[in-house]
Design a protein around this ligand. Structure first.
Ligand code: SAH
Ligand code: SF4
Length: 359
């Protein structure tokens, strides 16, 4: 059976051509699947009966299965999504006054082993398929419904759940296409954000394939510290990362990169480090998003004190930088940044190697 949730419009059009159907059928089916949440060809009343029968024989609309749903006091919702063989990923919905953001996972675990990240601590199992990535949007959309005005509740998507999206490039790009497609979710490129720890060659490819908004997880103002916190820095150090950001902005719809910076007490939160950060990012139009560290059981770090975060923020602001400090949401249900653990059966023995890293 072919799972039609694995296809963006191009893929679905090719599939329909293979079964001898016209391209406009692909658009119709896209709308049924993603705008009306249909998972049954019998519902698709504007398709000829013969086509519906053909589809029933050869295809399916199969989102992943929800294992559990938790609702936080602050309205945040977290779903645990079954990815088979004892593994699971997490999807989080964060309501705010002017938007509703869905935080989507791209991998079961993550191989990049950032030392302050619970997902990284768990090691890597596998990439999610396109249907498992867009399936998170599909499921959340169905669970949340529409607001009283009849508008969709999910207005923004961030690829900031479990995994490094740019090491699962093709499936992530297929899912991004579906998010942006007017026959599916119709989100604007500004409202879809990929967050990366800095996989430089894939940043260039994303700029060509699907230039959505880009967030880069910086977390350190120099290579020696970033080598420890974000080990992929050893492969793509800061100079290369800054150039890649500039190249991305040359093709992207936005005029800035968002730099994410987790605030770790006594590790990366001094005023001197803020100054170093200003110098580092001088030539990259950017905004900063400071993320107070969210602890998890094995973490050897502590969250920066509010005063340290304030001083760090003010130092950046005095240099003319735009800075937001991320509010912690959903931490009562372990849904805050970096707390997403899901269930990962590590295939890489990454966890053992990680314990050898010392600060
Ligand atoms: N792999 C991608 C996207 C997922 S993580 C990336 O690294 O960018 C989303 C954001 O949460 C990243 O900026 C990540 O560094 C941050 N993060 C990870 N662990 C965290 C923690 N324990 N507390 C706060 N933020 C964390
Ligand atoms: Fe992977 Fe991102 Fe976590 Fe690093 S911060 S381990 S890249 S999910």
């Amino acid at each position: 059976m072919t799972n039609l949730l694995d296809f963006d419009l191009d893929g679905l059009t090719r599939y329909f051509a293979e079964i001898g159907e016209k391209p406009f059928r692909a658009k119709q089916v896209m709308r049924w699947m993603h705008q009306r949440g249909a998972d049954d060809f019998g519902q698709m009343s504007d398709l000829a009966k013969s086509l519906r029968e053909k589809l029933v024989m050869s295809a399916e609309i199969q989102p992943p299965r929800i294992l559990s749903e938790h609702r936080s006091e602050d309205g945040t919702v977290k779903w645990l999504i079954d990815t088979g063989t004892g593994n699971a990923v997490e999807t989080v919905f964060i309501p705010e006054n002017d938007r509703g953001t869905l935080c989507v996972s791209s991998q079961v675990g993550c191989a990049l082993a950032c030392t302050f990240c619970s997902t990284g601590y768990q090691g890597f199992n596998r990439n999610l398929s396109a249907s498992e990535i867009i399936g998170q949007v599909w499921l959340a959309n169905r669970a949340l419904g529409k607001d009283p005005k009849g508008e969709r509740i999910i207005s923004n998507v961030v690829m900031m759940g479990m995994g490094e999206p740019l090491t699962n490039f093709d499936n992530v790009v297929t899912a991004l296409h579906i998010m942006l497609d007017d026959h599916a979710y119709g989100l604007s490129r500004r409202r879809v954000t990929v967050s990366t720890s800095g996989v430089v060659p894939a940043m260039d490819r994303l700029g060509e394939a699907c230039p959505v908004a880009l967030a880069v997880s910086l977390h350190a103002p120099n290579d020696p510290l970033r080598d420890v916190l974000v080990p992929i820095n050893k492969k793509y150090p800061l100079r290369e990362l800054m150039s890649a950001c500039q190249r991305y902005l040359a093709v992207a719809p936005r005029d800035f990169i968002t730099f994410e910076y987790v605030m770790l007490a006594g590790v990366n939160d001094s005023v001197a480090q803020a100054q170093e950060l200003i110098a580092l990012t001088r030539d990259v139009p950017s905004k900063f998003n400071l993320i107070p560290f969210n602890p998890f059981p094995q973490a050897g770090y502590a969250r920066s004190k509010p005063d340290a975060i304030r001083r760090f923020r003010e130092t950046l602001q005095e240099a003319g930088r735009i800075v937001t400090t991320r509010k912690t949401r959903g931490d009562d249900i372990d849904a805050a940044c970096g707390q997403l653990a899901g269930k990962v059966q590590d295939k890489t023995k990454r966890t053992q190697r990680k314990e050898e890293v010392t600060l």
